[in-house]
Design a protein around this ligand. Structure first.
Ligand SMILES: O=C(O)CCC(=O)C(=O)O
Length: 281
């Protein structure tokens, strides 16, 4: 397992004000330490039902190569129906694993066959006030995943490295990792998983996946979960904002990114999730 040694200064334990999100104190301790856990999640019938549902969909946004997610679709009704279906399929198990959890987004996350489908190590966007709440992604493959067909990998402990607002869109909003994302790929610990298991990772945790070199699409489900009482908070570029007009928070800059000056602002809502799921970030 790849584990990062963090300096004491960067060691961000779960804040005292944050209540546990997992029902099991062991899972909570593993999640706090490593930034992820792997648990059994859906049974074979539930996996088969979701595979059949995925096959029945008309993914007009899907690319023939690489990575795509249901939330890439521009059809709001399609996205809503997909989210509803996935929430319904996962709700009972979410309530067994988590203590009073809110699902705020759900999508199929698909990697088509082909050498171009790498998802470089990245963190997912900020969805909540992380001084009080945590958001995580429940990533469930609908078939066995291996290093050859795009299994997900994580860098253990990496949720403790940075404490910045992770804004959308990607890649226009710079991140502390910046262009190093490809160089740190070898540090991912790829998690080979059985269909129906879940890799639950803190959205701060660096994660990514190798290309799918098999002959069939790798279909997984990604479900965004946070504390039930958390308001959603998201930071995003303000389209068209000029330097003088914007009073919004400025995100950190990376000298190797474009000349555009990124400006981010945050919004809080209890009603809708963020408009788009990144590779969920
Ligand atoms: O499914 C993958 O390969 C990547 C998923 C991902 O990056 C995410 O869920 O945030």
């Amino acid at each position: 397992m790849t584990r990062i040694a963090t300096s004491p200064d960067l060691h961000l334990d779960r804040p005292a004000a944050m209540r546990p999100l997992f029902k099991s104190s062991e899972l909570q301790a593993d999640f706090d330490r490593d930034g992820y856990v792997v648990v059994p999640f859906l049974d074979a019938d539930e996996v088969a039902a979701l595979n059949a549902h995925y096959a029945s969909l008309n993914h007009d946004h899907a690319t023939s190569q690489g990575f795509h997610v249901s939330l890439d679709s521009t059809d709001r009704a399609f996205k809503r129906a997909t989210m509803d279906k996935l929430q319904q399929a996962a709700r009972a198990r979410i309530d067994q694993v988590f203590d009073r959890a809110r699902i705020f987004v759900a999508s199929y996350v698909v990697k088509e066959p082909g050498p171009r489908g790498i998802v470089p190590p990245h963190q997912d966007w900020t969805f909540v006030d992380e001084s009080r709440f945590v958001s995580c992604t429940v990533w469930i493959p609908l078939a066995r995943t291996t290093v050859d067909n795009g299994a997900l990998g994580v860098i253990s402990g990496s949720h403790r490295l940075f404490d910045h607002a992770r804004a959308s869109p990607s890649p226009q909003c710079p991140t502390p990792i910046g262009d190093l994302m490809f160089q740190i790929f070898p540090f991912l610990a790829i998690k080979e998983m059985e269909a129906g298991q879940a890799l639950i990772f803190n959205n701060r945790t660096l994660h990514g996946s190798p290309p799918n070199l098999s002959e069939v699409a790798r279909v997984a489900v990604g479900i965004g979960v946070t504390h039930e009482e958390a308001d959603l908070r998201h930071h995003y570029l303000l389209p068209g904002a000029s330097r003088s007009r914007s009073s919004a928070t400025r995100s950190s800059r990376n000298s190797s990114t474009s000349t555009a000056i990124p400006r981010c602002r945050s919004s809080t809502t209890r009603v809708d999730g963020p408009r788009a799921k990144p590779p969920l970030g």
